[in-house]
Ligand binder design. Structure first.
Ligand SMILES: Nc1ncnc2c1ncn2[C@@H]1O[C@H](COP(=O)(O)OP(=O)(O)OP(=O)(O)O)[C@@H](O)[C@H]1O
Ligand SMILES: O=C(O)c1ccc[n+]([C@@H]2O[C@H](COP(=O)([O-])O)[C@@H](O)[C@H]2O)c1
Length: 216
């Protein structure tokens, strides 16, 4: 009697700048993990997000640590340093090649929001991407999911519970003294308070005078 072939591990890859990680990211990863029966979702903070070169991005170590804190409670979630540790601009072709080398035999599912998908044709070596992973595009308030211009079968579309949360809005709220509790995991809120992230910047001068206790 022959036994059934072993199931190949199914690895979700959630790439992002995570400045900071918020509940929209966690819901996207959780929903795709369920829909695609993933064994694990690895969160991969960018090293140098070249398409955000015009905006100030927090140090990679801060973004990496907030990602670790935010995902620690979920046994399906892990965090990779491949993009943080690779010098130069972050390209998803490198991310996927590095993860594939670390997990031989695994099937990779790259999770991306609708806004990132809109820009995917501008990514480096886009034609190669489809061979390295299956892409899963999740819905995001304010963006439409249109995969018609992309290769047939390369991208699956998944509707997720709509959370109109963005990292840029979280940063703006901290700067302006508005609440971010419940938009980000508690550990991320504590990290923001302790590190002083987002309190300065180009927002109102008043923000620089606020104390950590005022970030809520
Ligand atoms: N609320 C959300 N719902 C669905 N997908 C999201 C949401 N927020 C982010 N994503 C997706 O998560 C990935 C990483 O996003 P990123 O870290 O750039 O966060 P962001 O909120 O888009 O940041 P910023 O506002 O600074 O541009 C992207 O593919 C993005 O589309
Ligand atoms: O490969 C590229 O050229 C490329 C260009 C822009 C973004 N990406 C990836 O898309 C993911 C989300 O990026 P961002 O900038 O929206 O946080 C993250 O994993 C990036 O490395 C990749």
């Amino acid at each position: 009697m022959t036994s059934a072939p072993a199931r190949r591990p199914r690895l979700g890859v959630m790439g992002g700048t995570f400045d900071p990680l918020h509940h929209g990211h966690l819901v996207a990863a959780s929903e795709v993990a369920w829909r695609f029966d993933l064994d694990e979702v690895v969160f991969v903070p960018t090293g140098q997000p070249w398409q955000k070169a015009d905006s100030a991005v927090s140090p990679a170590e801060d973004r990496y640590l907030m990602t670790v804190v935010a995902t620690a409670a979920d046994p399906r979630f892990t965090v990779s340093r491949v993009d943080v540790d690779r010098p130069g601009p972050t390209f998803t072709t490198d991310t996927l090649r590095d993860l594939a080398a670390q997990r031989p035999g695994a099937d990779l599912f790259f999770i991306t929001g609708a806004d990132a998908l809109e820009a995917i044709v501008s990514w480096k070596d886009v034609d190669l991407l489809w061979r390295l992973a299956h892409f899963v595009a999740v819905s995001r308030p304010g963006h439409t999911l249109d995969v018609r211009a992309l290769p047939a079968g390369a991208v699956s579309v998944v509707e997720i519970p709509a959370l109109a949360i963005s990292s840029s809005d979280v940063r703006r709220r901290v700067r302006e003294g508005r609440p971010v509790r419940y938009l980000v995991p508690t550990g991320v809120l504590q990290y923001i308070v302790k590190s002083g992230l987002y309190r300065d910047g180009d927002g109102p001068a008043r923000s620089a005078r606020r104390t950590a206790a005022e970030v809520s």
